[in-house]
Design a protein around this ligand. Structure first.
Ligand code: ADP
Ligand code: ASP
Ligand code: MG
Length: 455
């Protein structure tokens, strides 16, 4: 059974990082690897910024801004490949540059074409990095074949955050990849990119290469999905906030999903779902330190003596409170309320209800003005921007009393606005003001993972 190995942007940041990838894939040649790769770090951001600038009528500036990105690809290839292979790749970069310029100057400022154009432009990041990995693997003795991911992952036409069409994707991915694997070649695909049934390019949303890897893993099926990144697994908290965060050795699918959903950027929130369906283990490893043991995510639901396994957080959240005496003893009220969010395609993250009010949190508040107008038909609406969600996760939360008390005494001077214990009872989630979230996470980490502490 194959192994899916996904390498994120920092794992292909420069020639040295590419060499690491080639070594890691080469060392697993016996496990029938299938490689999924992100754009070189920073490339998606650069392409996105250029698309936005072109959309604002600054196409020339947008095109000029990408020169550095193309040069970076040329330079990396020149450092890695023999002159003839480097020349072939350079030609691909130049063709891509030409097509990107064409897109930016012809369709980026058409409001109706804005999102499809964005996806078409962003796709070049993954296409180029995957072509380069395939060329490099062949030069380093691992026979590889580039496969356009758009032949494997089929989606709807929600450009910039498309949803995979499930039976079709599972069928197509298997159909395209199985013969390559049977021929003893390592397929190399760009993550993140997909296409509609009509063949137009779409993307799966920022960070979506993890999701590509999981979809491919489910389609083959793979015996393991490996997510290679720049940290050693899922850590007990975001290492950019808690320097002492440690690797969590094992997580259940449910724990990993909750952490990803509530802000642990190391995994795209949708990654776990395809793995659950095929009961495929997901391993998170460090491409900069491959000898270190990362995190294994699987169906097991073990508890540890620390009770909680990790803390996730995300900022930029908006909370909305709807209060109405009409809710009291009435049915149909909640349905009417959630229909408003559904109509405006807005995802609700955390919900808490009382007799006369509903509080909820939103990640994407772009449709908020119209949502608020409609909600005002149902009751009094209060909106609070600049909030953050904190989520403590662990199978041990189920049936361990006193966790809430420990959480709230650790942050007793911070105002908590929304509290929810997930139905799965493995997470405890609450909202606080954004400015204090890092301080809150550090204090909670100290409470649950400080050297003296045991759950
Ligand atoms: P990639 O480019 O490999 O997809 P990402 O930047 O998307 O990498 O994800 C890895 C980053 O996620 C880490 O460098 C780290 O800063 C961040 N991160 C946030 N929360 C966590 C966590 N709980 N465990 C590990 N990393 C985390
Ligand atoms: N390159 C895309 C991004 O930066 C997808 C990914 O890296 O997962 O969002
Ligand atoms: Mg990522």
């Amino acid at each position: 059974m194959p192994t899916v190995m996904k390498f994120g942007g920092t794992s292909v940041a420069d020639a040295q990082a590419f060499e690491n990838v080639a070594r890691i894939v080469g060392s697993q040649r016996g496990t029938a690897p299938v490689v999924v790769v992100s754009a070189m770090s920073g490339v998606t951001d650069a392409l996105l910024a250029a698309t936005i600038a072109a959309g604002e009528g600054r196409a020339d500036e947008a095109i000029a801004s990408l020169e550095q990105t193309f040069q970076r690809h040329h330079k990396t290839a020149a450092e890695l490949l023999t002159p003839s292979a480097a020349a072939a790749f350079t030609k691909q970069v130049d063709n891509s540059a030409h097509q990107i310029k064409e897109l930016l100057s012809t369709s980026a400022d058409n409001p109706l074409r804005r999102r499809p154009t964005q996806d078409a432009v962003l796709a070049y990041g993954e296409t180029l990095s995957s072509e380069l990995i395939a060329a490099l693997l062949n030069e380093r003795g691992t026979r590889a074949q580039h496969v356009d991911a758009r032949r494997c992952i089929l989606t709807d036409d929600e450009y910039t955050c498309a949803l995979p069409l499930m039976p079709d994707t599972l069928f197509k991915a298997h159909d395209v990849l199985a013969p390559v694997i049977e021929n003893g070649l390592v397929p190399v695909l760009g993550g993140f990119i997909a296409s509609t049934a009509e063949g137009t390019t779409t993307t799966l949303g920022r960070g979506g290469s993890d999701y590509t890897a999981a979809l491919i893993g489910a389609a083959l099926p793979a015996h393991e999905i490996q997510i290679w990144t720049d940290v050693t697994g899922v850590l007990t908290a975001d290492p950019r906030v808690v320097a002492a965060a440690q690797t969590v050795e094992r997580l259940s699918y449910a724990e990993a999903s909750e952490l990803a959903y509530f802000g642990a950027k190391v995994l795209h929130p949708k990654t776990i779902q395809p793995a659950i369906e095929g009961t495929i283990p997901v391993r998170i490893c460090n491409s900069h330190a491959p000898e270190q043991v990362g995190t294994l995510v699987g169906p097991q639901t073990e508890t540890t003596d620390r009770t909680i396994k990790a803390i996730a957080h995300k900022s930029g959240v908006t909370t909305v409170q709807i209060s109405s005496a009409r809710m009291l003893g009435a049915y149909g009220f909640l349905r009417a309320l959630f229909e408003v969010f559904e109509r405006h395609k807005t995802v609700v993250d955390v919900v808490a209800t009382s007799e006369v009010s509903v509080s909820l949190s939103l990640d994407d508040a772009s449709a908020l003005p119209v949502i608020v107008t409609e909600l005002e038909q149902l009751g009094t609406v209060r909106v609070e921007k600049g909030c953050a969600i904190v989520c403590v996760v662990g199978e041990g939360l189920r049936g361990t009393p006193g966790i809430a008390a420990r959480v709230f005494s650790a942050i007793s001077d911070i105002n908590v606005t929304l509290i929810s214990q997930g139905a799965s009872s493995i997470n405890f989630t609450f909202a606080i003001e954004e400015e204090r979230v890092e301080e809150a996470v550090r204090r909670l980490h100290d409470e649950f993972f400080g050297t003296q502490k045991r759950g």
